[in-house]
Write a protein that binds this ligand. Structure first.
Ligand code: XMP
Length: 516
């Protein structure tokens, strides 16, 4: 394992992903972890990430010197580089020599492990205020910039390396190569970590955890729950039962994808609960977005718990249903402060004759993976492309894409419009360019139109294509006009009661991605 020490900001996750792209397994540890604890994990190498602090700021994170004396190869980037410099006796000063953004780096390759085979001058991404002016004793300076005399250094004998820039970001053109030189040449690692290993490892771990007991998994139609379920199915087969709550708020074809294609690909036992009417009844007369979200969430839990209770009742005598499968991903684990092992969650339910609280142990086979790795695992497990590559879709589904009251007719209408938009975006090869494209029905708005020889008085449909990296911020996608024209023509021609298609050109912030 390569440990990535997280000094804050968003850098550590990106570094961990880049290491895995080099097919070496990596994990993130907070910089507050005692060095002895890091070393106890027996890391093959350690990477110190960048961070928002100045090494001179009060309370700036430090590292025990022992980390550089343990013999484990260490690579410091940005803040990690400056920390390595100051800890080992080099000089970092606050000269006002700031560099932000793309910067030319001048590389001296003689005796350099990191830069071999890369150009003498290369663009890198910088983001720092302080600058290193003297490397620690025993280190060779291997790069500089117009303002920073020491922009990289190496001590091959001690296996210590550092760069001022951010090799993990895309704008550092040779960044991945530099990182790989550290991993393969500096630390002597071999690229052997693959999603195939993950599957084997997880299958063994799940078998060990679950033993002969039974497990339940809720499917949402999304990537994470589908891949988690497929992995658990591969491990324990018929000991797993999946539950899919059909709340009637899914898009066209999505329920069938789960019911037919997912089952065909995995052989999973699936319990489908048709709760469409129940959800429609609960939503009747409600148009407030928060109210709708609350109702959908509440009904979902009730239906799911009822299905869970039925599975427990149906289980044969002596069979213990003790596990709940969840598609938790690595970023969630990192952001919630890490931690290993399993948490117990309580499931309340209202079926008579069963204990008041049921305790389930969690099975979380994806908790070490990033989203793109989950997709690769799904692909390797043979899941349908439509599920593996699916764009984000909110839990409350189309219920929050109808502005106004949710009714069966409106849902059917929106489903048609959404299906047309998706079909045309796919046909134009734009699926990978956009993050997602909500299609929204303004059910409470009507406008006058003309079709054939007659006046119409119909509803508008809003297209909300966005590009984003994490849904926290987003920009509206500049879709080609001809694609927009085709979608508009088809929706107004093919969907009854819709006589206008409008494009949402708002970024997030100030708009959110969804309309409700
Ligand atoms: P907003 O609208 O807040 O959405 O910009 C950000 C991302 O989250 C998705 N989203 C949800 N996902 N349950 C979910 O699982 C929800 O209740 C929910 N609401 C929004 C949205 O589609 C976008 O990707």
């Amino acid at each position: 394992t390569v440990l990535v020490v997280d000094f804050g900001a968003q850098y550590a996750q990106l570094i961990a992903r880049r290491v895995r792209e080099a097919r070496v397994y990596s994990e993130i540890v907070p910089s507050t972890t005692p060095v002895a604890e890091m070393l106890a994990k027996n890391p093959a190498a350690i990477i110190l990430s960048g961070g928002p602090s100045s090494v001179y700021a009060e309370g700036a994170p430090r590292l025990d010197r022992e980390i550089f004396e343990s013999g484990v190869p260490v690579f410091g980037m940005c803040y990690g580089f400056q920390l390595m410099a100051t800890t080992l006796g080099g000089t970092v000063d606050n000269t006002g020599a700031r560099e932000y953004g793309r910067t030319p780096l001048y590389v001296s390759k003689s005796g350099s492990t990191l830069f071999e085979g890369t150009p003498d001058e290369q663009p890198v991404w910088m983001s720092h205020g302080d600058a290193c002016s003297a490397a620690p004793e025993g280190f060779t300076v291997t790069a500089s910039t117009d303002v920073v005399p020491v922009a990289a250094f190496e001590n091959d004998e001690k296996k210590l390396y550092g760069v001022q820039h951010h090799p993990e970001v895309m704008h550092s053109t040779y960044g991945q190569q530099v990182l790989e030189h550290f991993l393969y040449r500096g630390a002597g690692l071999t690229p052997s970590w693959t999603t195939g290993n993950v599957i084997e490892e997880q299958v063994a771990a799940i078998r060990e955890q679950v033993g002969t007991k039974r497990a339940i998994c809720g499917l949402s139609g999304g990537v994470d729950s589908a891949v988690a379920a497929a992995l658990v199915q591969k491990a324990i087969g018929s000991q797993l039962t999946c539950v899919y709550v059909d709340h009637g708020l899914m898009r066209k074809g999505e329920t069938e994808q789960v019911e037919k294609d997912f089952v065909a690909a995995t052989g999973v036992q699936l319990k489908v609960v048709d709760a469409q009417e129940r959800f429609l009844d609960a939503l009747a007369g409600v148009s407030d977005p928060e109210e709708k979200r609350k109702i959908i969430g509440r009904e979902f839990i009730r239906v799911f718990e009822q299905a869970q209770a039925e599975i427990i009742v149906e289980a044969a005598e002596g069979e213990d249903v003790a596990f709940l499968v969840q598609g938790t991903l690595y970023p969630d684990v990192v952001e919630s402060g890490g931690g290993t092992g399993t948490a117990n969650i309580k499931s309340h339910h209202n079926v008579g004759g069963l204990p008041e609280d049921l305790e389930f142990e969690l099975v979380e086979p994806l908790r070490k993976l990033f989203k793109d790795e989950v997709r690769m695992v799904g692909q390797e497990l043979g899941l349908p492309e439509e599920i593996v590559q699916r764009q984000p879709f909110p839990g409350p589904g189309l219920g929050i894409r109808i502005v106004g009251e949710v009714t069966k007719e409106r849902l059917d209408l929106l489903r048609e419009a959404d299906a047309i938009a998706r079909e045309e975006l796919t046909a134009a090869g734009l699926d990978r360019d956009i993050w997602q494209c909500p299609v929204v029905l303004l059910a409470d708005v009507r406008s006058v139109g003309v079709q054939g020889d007659g006046r119409t008085y119909g509803h508008p449909i809003v297209l909300r294509p966005v590009s984003s990296e994490d849904a926290m911020t987003a920009d509206w996608s500049r879709l080609p006009y001809d694609v927009l024209a085709k979608i508009s023509t088809r929706i107004t021609n093919e969907v009854a009661d819709v006589n206008r298609v409008v494009l949402d050109v708002t970024s997030k912030p100030p708009g959110t991605i969804e309309w409700e």
